[in-house]
Design a protein around this ligand. Structure first.
Ligand code: PLP
Length: 406
């Protein structure tokens, strides 16, 4: 089997959690729909043709995500879906009852949720982080305590918790959390951006009020996402315009992007059980292979494979800087990342690793390899082969920098 090289960069791509190659079915669907001229809001024949394509895509997405078609709101991506949900749920609930000001979010949320919540502080929100264990999994006891303190459940506007974490792959107890939230009558927003296509995501069964999904993480084009808003959920509009997408995401809907996203999502969800098993095997081979060739490597996140995404291998290398590891990997033809929006040159651990209580020196030597639908066994072997040299060079560079600083 040959190594899968990106056709443009000629690199081996192991950053699928950032974005994954577009699926053929999505490209074909995009090209077909891009030939449609009409605005899906127009009533003439051309408009109705675009509308039909849009509504067919909505039906397919609803089937893939386990919800009704009228619960699907198209957005520009995961970030916009998260923002609409967090701000929209808060405003709806806070306006109805000003005592509801607390926004409880897991301490490992993506900035699309975390920063959206913090931005609401100017409107009176109080953001309460829900702590996680050293494995990145939500601390159940902390949830109960956070709901009950600070005025109790009547003061909570919403709870936000991701389905699975984008950095270390920790899978959160979403069903359990939805049950607790329902007991208190609090809506739960779930960011399922990294979970869809790898875990079974059934929006209705999850018990969440809103669920965010991003098309480009499952092989759709960049620029399209979905917010599932369960019927009966109050979400105040955060954008204003022509009333499209139930008034929650106004603006002319990008039908070609939506149609391509539906094709990608349908394929990814249908392939999911086999793909997840295949990727779990590759994940374990990657981790075992690197450990066999490199001393002092630690796997982050849950040790139990069923509580971790098979697509993410977050490793820390003692005595290395993430940045040099990534540069050396890039030179060796491998695209990986740290998994967090870290600022180059700044000695700061990612907020997710800090929330997990990871010691600073360990967190600063982190690399996230993320696997996806194009990853092969040969790709894994290639990375396993290059890692001993990459890590040895990074360790020498760090040791020299420490000596120079002394
Ligand atoms: N939420 C999570 C968990 C993510 O991993 C990402 C992207 O990395 C997003 C939200 C944002 O999605 P998008 O890039 O579609 O805006």
């Amino acid at each position: 089997m040959v190594v899968t090289l990106d056709p443009v960069t000629r690199q081996l791509y192991l950053d699928h959690a950032a974005t994954t190659p577009v699926r053929r079915a999505a490209l074909d669907a995009y090209v077909g729909a891009a030939a449609l001229t009409g605005n899906a809001a127009s009533s003439h024949t051309a408009g109705r043709a675009a509308r039909r394509a849009l509504e067919d895509a909505r039906e397919s997405i609803a089937a893939a995500l386990g919800c009704a078609a009228d619960e699907v709101v198209f957005t520009s991506g995961g970030t916009e879906a998260d923002n609409i949900a967090v701000a929209g749920l808060f405003r709806s609930r806070h306006r109805a009852d000003p005592r509801r000001r607390r926004v409880l979010i897991s301490a490992v949320e993506h900035p699309a949720v975390q920063a959206a919540a913090v931005a609401l502080e100017s409107e009176g929100a109080v953001v309460v982080p829900l702590s996680v264990g050293t494995d990145g999994v939500l601390d159940a006891a902390a949830v109960g305590a956070a709901v009950l303190e600070g005025g109790g459940p009547a003061t909570v506007a919403l709870i936000g918790c991701m389905w699975a974490n984008n950095e270390v792959g920790a899978v959160q107890p979403v069903g359990w959390l939805a049950g607790r939230a329902a007991e208190y009558g609090i809506p739960l927003h779930v960011d399922a951006v990294q979970a869809v296509g790898t875990l079974e995501v059934d929006a209705a069964a999850s018990g969440a009020a809103t669920v965010a999904v991003s098309g480009h993480k499952v092989g759709g084009p960049i620029g399209c996402g979905v917010l599932v808003v369960r019927r009966g959920t109050g979400v105040a509009p955060v954008m204003h315009g022509g009333g499209q997408e139930a008034g929650l995401r106004p603006g002319t809907v990008a039908v070609p992007l939506v149609v391509a996203t539906a094709a990608a999502l349908t394929e990814a969800v249908a392939a999911r059980p086999l793909a997840a098993a295949r990727l779990a095997g590759l994940h374990d081979a990657l981790v075992a292979g690197i450990r066999a060739g490199v001393p002092d490597v630690m796997l982050s996140g849950p040790t139990d494979g069923s509580r971790r995404l098979p697509t993410i291998a977050h490793l820390t290398f003692t005595g290395c800087d993430s940045e040099s590891l990534l540069v050396l990997l890039d030179r060796a033809g491998v695209a990986a990342s740290t998994g967090s929006a870290c600022r180059s040159g700044v000695l700061e651990p990612s907020p997710v690793l800090a929330a997990m209580g990871m010691p600073l020196q360990r967190a600063l030597g982190a690399v996230r390899f993320s696997l996806g639908h194009t990853t092969t066994k040969a790709d894994i072997s290639r990375v396993v082969d290059v890692m001993p040299g990459v890590v040895a060079t990074a360790r020498r560079a760090r040791a020299a920098a420490v000596r120079d600083a002394a």
